[in-house]
Ligand binder design. Structure first.
Ligand code: CO
Length: 147
């Protein structure tokens, strides 16, 4: 019998990408405009506008004339969860000397496919490896040998 997996807050992959970008923009600039979301995601502005309207209907975001796109409580919860997954992956791979920019696309993919137990496993492993530099060095040498 398989162990039940705790459900995590999830959107579709596209919704998660948008919510992650919107939260990041709001935290860095104070607001999220369609033009910036489009630029950061590499998507045409018209497509972004359409997606924002659908996400508004789904209760994940709201559009305000002067503030741009804002997150609803539900949208912000999913956004914070995806950012948590992203940051945990950056922290984990940084242990092995992998630079966050060179593996950005990988992380953007993996972050959508992590249930709570996987996230917990990666966070626990990160903590243990940080406390065991000799083991980490051995692992890094193996990785270098495979590259
Ligand atoms: Co991400």
């Amino acid at each position: 019998m398989s162990k039940a997996i705790t459900p995590t807050l999830r959107g579709t992959r596209a919704q998660e990408d948008y919510l992650e970008q919107i939260l990041t923009l709001i935290e860095n600039k104070g607001y999220a405009r369609v033009v910036d979301i489009a630029h950061n995601l590499g998507i045409a502005q018209a497509s972004v506008t359409g997606m924002i309207q659908r996400m508004d209907a789904d209760g994940l975001v709201a559009y305000e004339k002067y503030r741009g796109v804002i997150l609803t409580e539900a949208g912000e919860e999913i956004a914070r969860e995806i950012v948590r997954r992203h940051e945990s992956l950056v922290e984990f791979f940084a242990l092995f000397g992998l630079d966050e920019h060179s593996i950005y696309d990988d992380i953007e993919g993996i972050e959508h496919h992590m249930s709570q137990p996987i996230l917990a496993a990666i966070q626990a492993l990160t903590g243990e490896l940080e406390r065991q530099p000799a083991l980490l060095e051995r692992v890094k040498k193996k990785i270098a040998g495979c590259a």
